[in-house]
Design a protein around this ligand. Structure first.
Ligand SMILES: Cc1cc2nc3c(=O)[nH]c(=O)nc-3n(C[C@H](O)[C@H](O)[C@H](O)COP(=O)(O)OP(=O)(O)OC[C@H]3O[C@@H](n4cnc5c(N)ncnc54)[C@H](O)[C@@H]3O)c2cc1C
Length: 382
């Protein structure tokens, strides 16, 4: 068994870590406060090739692998988890769906600019009545001549509010909305700006203020027949296949955010003096930090194993769900302990741990809640 990184993976990790330290971390607090979208940071990420790491060069990528991609997501999330979310949705889900299931024309039109970071992607699975039960999709797509006519609403859609977001890939039913058959769900590419496609209000969120989350409304929205993505009757399965990678990405984000909590706690505990000595000298504090370090390392190994399986074209349904579930729950515990170690200062916005605490819970919700991960795991245990 070989736990070492390749030269390229190490290079991506170092580059992403430096970028997070120099560019991302110093801006994170201000962006969370103002809610401004960080277009300048996204442009730098594009220049560094971060959105296209796992795709071949002829599709705008750098010919790397999913391990390198997730090392990048971890490091960026240590600086600002919303950037990890942006990469997860754009690269792990949308660009991968285009790469795996798109026609050559679709890849040329949308994958290449996305892998180059010039455009950002969004996916729309969730609806007001279809969250964990994503197969309950009510959005419809009817073929009318050479066009698909789409009607329905998708909610909580990440990235779509960015000016640089080019498309949303949605799931929709081709037949009766009363039937629940999953083979009647297909996927469609809807470019932003298409007539009949409007964005609902920007959500007022607990955290992640500068992540562009909106409702997507489709009213007699017409797209060309050629914007159908993948195989007829396989849309739901296609989407679930790429969401496995999304789960690995949420695990990597959780590890990055937990690492930030750990680093802040270690520093603070060594500086803060009570009872005449640094609080790190008290086992009640240092043992919490020891547990943080151990659990972060365990979660990191879990997402890296899932990446290794994916890079080697081996099944990884279980490993992706294990990693997402463990890492996101671990991150909440670590963020809570980091807050505890900071005492009353942890409640103050000027300390990063208050932002970390507000931003950790969502990782147990997106790309399948913790309960959904347990359903996936228990169903796959034989
Ligand atoms: C910030 C943010 C960004 C998001 N980005 C996107 C995006 O880009 N694209 C997209 O499509 N979606 C996105 N989502 C939606 C997200 O994936 C859903 O919120 C999530 O899947 C849960 O669905 P729900 O909110 O409808 O909760 P529900 O499904 O209503 O679940 C409510 C609770 O019931 C539990 N539950 C439900 N069914 C079961 C069951 N069978 N057994 C046990 N417990 C169960 C759930 O685990 C949860 O605890 C985003 C959400 C947020 C908040």
């Amino acid at each position: 068994m070989d736990f070492s990184f390749t030269e390229e993976q190490q290079m991506i990790r170092d580059m992403s870590r430096k970028f997070a330290d120099d560019v991302v971390m110093p801006r994170a607090e201000e962006l969370e406060k103002t809610g401004e979208y960080p277009y300048d940071i996204l442009a730098q990420m594009a220049d560094l090739g971060m959105m296209g790491i796992p795709f071949p060069e002829n599709y705008g990528g750098s010919g790397g692998d999913w391990t390198g991609m997730h090392l990048c997501i971890e490091e960026l999330s240590r600086g600002d988890a919303t950037l990890g979310a942006l990469l997860d949705v754009t690269t792990s889900v949308v660009a991968q769906e285009l790469y795996e299931f798109g026609t050559e024309e679709q890849k040329q039109k949308w994958l290449i600019p996305m892998a180059q970071g010039k455009e950002i992607g969004a996916f729309g699975l969730t609806e007001p009545g279809a969250g964990s039960d994503a197969g309950a999709t009510k959005t419809t797509a009817q073929l009318n001549g050479d066009e698909w006519v789409i009607n329905g609403t998708k909610q909580f859609i990440t990235n779509i509010g960015l000016d640089t977001a080019s498309i949303v890939i949605i799931t929709a039913r081709t037949k009766s909305t009363e039937e629940r058959k999953r083979d009647q769900i297909n996927t469609y590419i809807v470019p932003k700006g298409t007539q009949g496609f409007t964005l609902g209000k920007r959500y007022d969120k607990m955290s992640w203020q500068h992540s562009a989350t909106h409702e997507c409304i489709f009213e007699d929205c017409r797209i060309p027949r050629g914007y159908f993505l993948g195989k007829e009757g396989r849309g739901f399965a296609q989407h679930l296949a790429v969401l496995q990678t999304g789960r690995i990405s949420i695990a990597a984000m959780s590890v990055g955010l937990a690492q930030a909590c750990f680093e802040a706690s270690l520093k603070y505990a060594k500086e803060r003096v009570q009872f005449g000595q640094p609080i790190y000298n008290f086992q009640g504090v240092s043992f919490k930090i020891a547990d943080m370090a151990m659990n972060i390392e365990l979660a990191r190994n879990m997402y890296l194993k899932a990446c290794w399986l994916k890079d080697n074209n081996m099944p990884h349904v279980l490993e992706a769900a294990y990693a997402k579930l463990f890492a996101s729950e671990m991150c909440e515990k670590v963020a809570s302990d980091a807050y505890q170690i900071h005492g009353g200062y942890g409640f103050m916005n000027e300390y990063a741990v208050s932002r970390y605490y507000k931003g950790c819970k969502i990782l147990q919700i997106v790309e399948g809640t913790s309960e959904v991960q347990r359903m996936v795991i228990s169903r796959n245990l034989g």
